[in-house]
Design a protein around this ligand. Structure first.
Ligand code: SOE
Length: 390
């Protein structure tokens, strides 16, 4: 980054687990990537003055505020980064876009299709004024996932025939684990479906380059009551003696048909005992296959069905070469990346899009489309798994 690069002053609303991850992205991206504008961690916003001050100090934000509306009136803020639970995404994002701020918003875009539609409309209007919005489906920016998309787009697996997608975690298997916001419909919109199924949907559509058109699904709540949350810590926290109802799904299973006519199976669960963060996508094509697993995020499995039969088999490609997406900015060839690098790639891509005046992807329109898939799966589940148009 040159000394004269224009500044891009960021205010981030929220400071939970995703706040830590986004802070890491903003802090590190300009140090490793040669960016056309310099993001600055200007203001951290949260309701609790003491806790937000502690988080700002820890992660390196220059100032704090307890009022996001006041921050939107400031001329010295260019970007609003939203890492709050889904129930506040629409209100903050729309107000920020109307105030002329670029917006990065965590996934899923909103809690309902109506909110997501209002956000996408606001983003379309803002883009006409050179103000941009992006939704944080970060896993597109894991180099192996980006490279999978490149291989599929280059025809290296031929015609797509089938997709298998699953996002498997197990952090809810203990029924005494408390009722955090991710288990409440009014705050989170849905459970495993929106929290992690949304990632699987986005990644499958991104890698195949095709949208889901119809779905048939079923949602299930496995543990329907949990101790209330006393104080939160990461994804969990300390439990009180009182109990409350879980109002979201714990397990989402669905099948979907893509634009190209092929089928995909999807699974999203936080009850997959032993699976910690396994976002898996396998795509089978007429000339080969690819298989990605976030638990092995530095590699991609590739099968070349055109190779001599005596040499066929899945090959492990280490996606750690400078020619692979994003890698050249980091370490010498062969040195690994981790979970947090996706957030630096997200910050980098967002800054570059803003500086060049181009619409960043995934856009709010892309986020709305994923929301429509989530909604169709819920509707299908309510109607005995009937095939439902997205
Ligand atoms: C919890 O399931 C969670 O933190 C999700 O909310 C994130 O979106 C996902 O990236 C990791 O798991």
């Amino acid at each position: 980054m040159t000394e004269t690069a224009p500044r891009l002053r960021v205010a981030m609303v929220g400071y939970g687990f995703m706040g830590a991850a986004h802070s890491q992205g903003w802090r590190v991206a300009p140090r490793f990537f040669d960016l056309p504008a310099a993001p600055e961690m200007a203001v951290l916003v949260g309701r609790d003055a003491t806790r937000v001050a502690e988080a700002a100090q820890k992660w390196g934000w220059a100032e704090t505020s307890t009022d996001w509306r006041e921050v939107l009136t400031r001329d010295d803020i260019d970007v609003i980064d939203i890492v709050t639970p889904g129930d506040s995404h629409a209100e903050i994002a729309i107000a920020a876009l109307e105030a002329g701020k670029h917006v990065l918003c965590e996934k899923p875009l909103a809690n309902t299709v109506a909110e997501a539609k209002a956000m996408a409309d606001a983003a379309t209007a803002a883009a006409e004024r050179g103000v941009y919005a992006m939704v944080g489906f970060t896993y597109r920016r894991v180099p192996a996932a980006t490279f999978a998309r490149d291989l599929v787009a280059a025809g290296r697996i031929g015609e797509i025939r089938q997709v298998r997608a699953a996002y498997l975690q197990d952090w809810l298997i203990d029924p005494e684990s408390p009722l955090t916001w991710r288990l409440k419909k009014d705050l989170a919109g849905s459970g495993s479906l929106g929290d992690i199924g949304a990632h699987a949907i986005d990644l499958a559509q991104y890698i195949t380059g095709q949208k889901l058109t119809t779905v048939s699904g079923i949602l299930e709540t496995i543990v329907s009551e949990r101790p209330l949350l006393e104080s939160s810590q990461g994804l969990s926290g300390t439990a009180s003696t009182e109990r409350g109802a879980v109002t979201v799904d714990d397990l989402a299973l669905f099948t979907g048909r893509f634009e190209g006519g092929f089928l995909g199976s999807f699974e999203a669960t936080r009850f997959s005992t032993g699976r910690k963060n396994a976002l898996r996508i396998e795509i089978s094509g007429s000339a080969g296959a690819i298989s990605f697993d976030l638990e092995n995020l530095n590699s991609l499995q590739y099968y070349d069905a055109t190779a001599p039969s005596t040499e066929q088999g899945f090959t492990t490609i280490l996606v750690t070469e400078p020619e692979h997406p994003y890698i050249s900015a980091w370490w010498p060839a062969g040195h690994m990346l981790g979970y947090e690098h996706g957030f630096s790639h997200q910050a980098k891509d967002f800054v570059e899009a803003i500086a060049s005046g181009t619409q960043p992807r995934p856009s709010f329109a892309d986020g709305l489309q994923v929301q429509e898939v989530l909604d169709a799966v819920e509707t299908s589940s309510e109607n005995g798994s009937a095939w439902t148009t997205v």
